[in-house]
Design a protein around this ligand. Sequence first.
Ligand code: FMN
Length: 329
Amino acid sequence: MFKIGSYSIASPTVLAPMAGVTDLPFRQLCREFGAGLTVSEMITADTGLWHTNKSRLRLPHADEPSPRMVQIAGSDPEMMANAARENVRLGAEIIDINMGCPAKKVCKRAAGSALLANEPLVADILQTVVRAVNVPVTLKIRTGSTPSSRNGVAIARIAEDAGIAALSVHGRTRACKFRGAAEYDTIAEIVAATQFPVIANGDIDSPQKAKKVMEQTGAVAVMLGRTAQGRPWIFRQINHFLASGELLPAPDFQEIGRALLRHVGALHQHYGDFMGVRIARKHVGWYLNGLPDGDRTRHDFNSLNGCEQQLKTLRNYFNTLTNYQERAA
Ligand SMILES: Cc1cc2nc3c(=O)[nH]c(=O)nc-3n(C[C@H](O)[C@H](O)[C@H](O)COP(=O)(O)O)c2cc1C
């Protein structure tokens, strides 16, 4: 257990913010499988753009379990402060600031991880946002701009001085994008140099790796991104291993099917039929990856255009798998 401000976070596993992935339905499912904390997809600090459907759906949702954590991205301190205030007014309980995303759209406006090269601006943004709201403000960073200017420790100190409540660190620099392997030495240095909770992120894809990274870095928690796609039960598996040292068996087809059907139903509800059907295809592809007959099923699934058709196809597929599994047992 660790704390962010006055919020006690019950498990040491956090779902990473992922634009286009960690929407409300996925966050809820990951919480049910044991994620201690989830973060919304980033929302622009430009509140003038919040009327778009995309932004509207990323704003805080009253029915989301507490603490509701919303990530904002931008580079203008006053705009960021205003976005933080507006999110709190709408129900956000923790504000997370994105200085970790290398995406072009964010970096073109010198936001996300591009800010790491400008330490005075980082300090200005963090101080201004922390002053603007009476909820905890957290920060997500990479280890620096480039491997030769890895200023993660300096940024972490700036963050702590500004009153940031917790820090997530992805063990790559901005220049590395997603290439190479994440490194955890810089995260360990950040933990050693600061007092606030540090959450380790990058390439953590198994219970054993989570344990190793926590031991190596001294971080209070691990943050999981891509490995959770189509695998929300990874949180349960990691929590169990960290608590007991035992590996849980993989979920059986029946449980995978139940989770996926619930997920797809929630996507239909959240986005409406048209968008929901399209967004479901991406998630279903991840779940089916590596399952028997998964490629063909995904191919067929992608041609379906109705909610009920999608659910029926998945029900049939998982019924067949479950029957097969029971006959083989
Ligand atoms: C599709 C995708 C979208 C992402 N969107 C965001 C985002 O909105 N905000 C952010 O801070 N990081 C974002 N990230 C970075 C992740 O939060 C995380 O730091 C990164 O994926 C490394 O963790 P992993 O190896 O567990 O995936 C995104 C990553 C992916 C793959």
